[in-house]
Design a binder for this molecule. Structure first.
Ligand SMILES: [Cu+2]
Length: 147
């Protein structure tokens, strides 16, 4: 390589190394939510449910939900098997620009080992981890109200 080519080559390497991360994080992933709520703990209970309407700008799966005040958070589906209500752990598949509802009687959020510090009227942030179709993961904090 002659010096001019070398210079060009170095510039290219520089561009690729420094611009690539922006390209990766530049993915336009946005979330909008409403009706985010967690049901207040009943006396003596440690388990409760929560609901939310969520719309995302990419096809993603919710693979993890975390909070310091809650031991374990799962997404569940619910179906009636005759008289019996059955819940199953799911990794919700959210479709681009289509509202996904966590709602009573359907898919919902389930909270185990909930801290008694969590009182009616409190706001709490849950950290959601999403997996995009290209396997990339993104975490976003979403606020819920205890009702
Ligand atoms: Cu459940």
């Amino acid at each position: 390589m002659n010096p001019t080519m070398m210079k060009t080559f170095n510039s290219l390497v520089f561009l690729i190394i420094f611009l690539f991360p922006f390209f990766v994080y530049g993915e336009e992933f946005s979330i909008s939510t409403k009706n985010n709520l967690i049901l207040e703990l009943r006396p003596g209970q440690k388990v409760t449910a929560g609901f939310m309407d969520i719309t995302v700008s990419e096809n993603v799966n919710i693979i993890k939900i975390e909070s310091k005040l809650i031991g374990n958070i799962e997404a569940h589906s619910m179906i009636m098997d005759g008289e019996i209500m059955k819940m199953r752990k799911i990794k919700p598949e959210l479709k681009k620009n289509i509202e996904y509802k966590f709602q009573p009687g359907g898919d919902h959020l389930m909270f185990y080992n909930v801290s008694e510090k969590l009182k009616k009227g409190d706001n709490i942030n849950l950290l959601f981890t999403f997996e995009l179709k290209n396997q990339k993961r993104l975490s976003k904090s979403i606020q819920f109200k205890v009702k």
